[in-house]
Design a protein around this ligand. Structure first.
Ligand code: ZN
Length: 249
């Protein structure tokens, strides 16, 4: 009965509610095997990002499709039975739109998003569709047990450059206070228009783009059991490790 109610609750596809499997803090500690399948994740949203068990690449969720980008930046469809140790998805319901009419850097595009966010928005999901002069992205190699901390794994990340490519960036902006639960600031993943290439975004430059923003006034994280939210690691060392892991190149 309980699982039935659980399913009913989510069949409503409640907008502006972010669903997250596990925490980035757990991932930093080397918890690379989760128990949430992509079939389950797909019940909670159609846009998002994350990784795959064993840290086997970067996950991109776009239009309800769940893709895995390998260390070459080549994407393939994930199987519904594959599992994730960390993922964030939302039923993408944009309320704000920005047209970027000419060339712009990542910094300029994200500043425009910041400007457009309602004052009440503490978080947002976003989708950037356009022609990219350049996307600098990365993926990480599959890990074997015993797992090393994420900061060490990311030292082995593979960085690749996609030039002159049509595609979609999906992702989130989370507030600073969510550090340890989330990657604070922007966390973005890319998939090319043919959905053949992608990865975790380190930098980009658009030629022109359409940005859609789904603001969330209430950071509602729904966590699977086994995650202790009373003790999120908000320490400076976690922040420093995350800065290395998520934003360094
Ligand atoms: Zn990422």
């Amino acid at each position: 009965m309980q699982s039935l109610r659980h399913r009913d609750l989510h069949s409503e596809h409640e907008p502006h509610v972010v669903f997250q499997a596990s925490t980035i803090g757990a991932l930093l500690d080397g918890a690379y095997d989760g128990d949430v399948t992509f079939a389950e994740l797909a019940e909670h949203g159609d846009l998002g990002l994350g990784t795959i068990n064993g840290l086997d690449g970067e996950m991109i969720a776009v239009d309800g499709r769940f893709l895995r980008a390998d260390i070459e930046g080549t994407t393939s469809a994930l199987d519904v039975s594959d599992r994730t140790p960390f993922a964030v998805v939302v039923w993408f319901t944009p309320t704000e739109r920005i047209e970027i009419g000419g060339p712009a850097s990542q910094e300029e595009v994200l500043a425009a998003v910041d400007d457009r966010l309602p004052a009440t928005a503490v978080a947002c999901a976003l989708r950037i569709e356009g022609h990219f002069d350049h996307v600098k992205a990365r993926s990480v190699p599959k890990q074997n047990r015993p797992y090393r901390p994420l900061a060490e794994v990311v030292a082995d990340q593979h960085v690749f450059d996609l030039e002159d490519v049509e595609g979609t960036i999906v992702g989130f902006r989370f507030p600073d206070y969510s550090q340890g639960i989330e990657v604070s600031g922007y966390h973005l993943h890319f998939a090319s228009a043919d959905r053949a290439r992608g990865g975790h975004v380190l930098d980009f430059r658009v030629r022109d783009a359409r940005v859609q923003i789904d603001p969330s006034a209430d950071l509602h994280l729904e966590l699977p059991s086994g995650i202790d939210l009373d003790a999120p690691d908000l320490s400076a060392s976690t922040a420093a490790a995350l800065a290395r892991v998520e934003h360094s190149d």
